[in-house]
Design a protein. Sequence first.
Length: 408
Amino acid sequence: MELWVSWATLMCFTHWIALTAADRTVQVDPPTDIHVSDPGHLGHVYIHWTTPASLKNIPECSVRYQLQFYDTYRGDWTGIRTSRLSYSAQFDLMKPIRVRLRTLLRGKCTNGTEIQSEEVELIQEPDLKGTAGSRITGFNCVYYKWEYMDCTWESGPDQPPHSQLYLYYWHREMGESEECPQYLYSDGVRKGCRFPRQSLLEYSDFNVCVNGSSPANALRPAFFSLQVQMHVKPAVVMSLALTEVSNTTLHLEWTMPEGLVPEHCLEYEVETRGGDEAKWVWRYTNMTEETTFEVPSVDQSERICCRVRSRVHNLCADIGFWSDWSQPECMPDPVSDTNQPSQVTYVLDMKLIMALTIVLIVVFLLSLSLWIFRKMWMNRKDLKGVLWTLVSAKDAQINTPTSSPCVL
Ligand SMILES: *[C@@H]1O[C@H](CO)[C@@H](O)[C@H](O)[C@H]1NC(C)=O
Ligand SMILES: *[C@@H]1O[C@H](CO)[C@@H](O)[C@H](O)[C@H]1NC(C)=O
Ligand SMILES: *[C@@H]1O[C@H](CO)[C@@H](O)[C@H](O)[C@H]1NC(C)=O
Ligand SMILES: *[C@@H]1O[C@H](CO)[C@@H](O)[C@H](O)[C@H]1NC(C)=O
């Protein structure tokens, strides 16, 4: 309603200006020769125009222009005022480019008031190749740990057979667009692109075009423009430590996830659960910018578990992806850190005892067979005697276990 009223006021005002202008017979023409030039920056184009001939020699008045263009990515009109004769803006090149321009005149020649020309509009239709169904779908980019970005896509429903896809990208620090540094494949088909950090530029338009060729038909190219810092997914938070502060409070501490996300750009979500282990639910969800958290109102009989995940804070990016959840850290923990070393030692001891026993048994059996062999050699003729000796030797072994058979 308010908007409508102010719009109406503006219309009246414009009408009044127009009348005043008519009274003073100052003729304001709209800009001429409006055109769009595309330097091949995948959607970053330049809009040019020229001053109307009637306003070229008016020294006591300043000429400015009001430019409006339809932002194909936001789906809305955007406007600026400038005294220049060109402006660069970002467009989806598969959609019509729509630009509206007016001349604004102000100064002595208009008695201090601003006079606007009529509006002129330019609509430039895109040069469409291929069918709509040959265009890729599901384009999605994730900037892992602020270290590398993976952009993936799916083939269009109508993609011609034996197509080869290409990805090109551009940002303002590049002279020309370049092809994908490392394609990602699925079943031998290009399904994505990996950008190392050096190829990216944060806080700037990052333009991407996925086009393709096939022996049969042309493929419809797809254009995207993104801000890479809005696609960050931090690594999993590691090394959680839960300690008891008082009988009702626990202190949770963790370290920053690995990766290149600046420390001040991270925020964390802590989830806490407790109570009946059979029907555990994450009960509390708290946000923090610190890497510590006080877990409140702990019932001492309960087992408490916490887990943490992180994302980029809205100081650094409007949106971002949550990291995966950390492993939960619990208290009291049956296999706590203090118990673990002693358990390890115990396991080691058991292994050592078993190994020693086996070695002893082997040595004993070896010595025994050697001794029998020697006896057999000495009393080859009397087999019965050997067997008898063996039995008595066994008896002797049982009776005097400390004596070594090798000495005999
Ligand atoms: C400018 O407008 C004012 C009042 O609207 C008028 O008094 C004055 O004479 C005008 N000056 C010129 C140069 O037209
Ligand atoms: C894909 O786009 C790039 C960059 O604009 C261009 O150089 C290339 O020729 C295009 N390829 C096809 C097959 O259209
Ligand atoms: C917790 O400690 C306070 C004193 O530090 C004591 O008064 C209270 O009874 C304790 N609560 C439990 C549940 O042990
Ligand atoms: C955590 O969140 C719970 C509710 O979800 C709230 O009652 C509690 O005060 C929060 N704790 C902190 C430390 O912010």
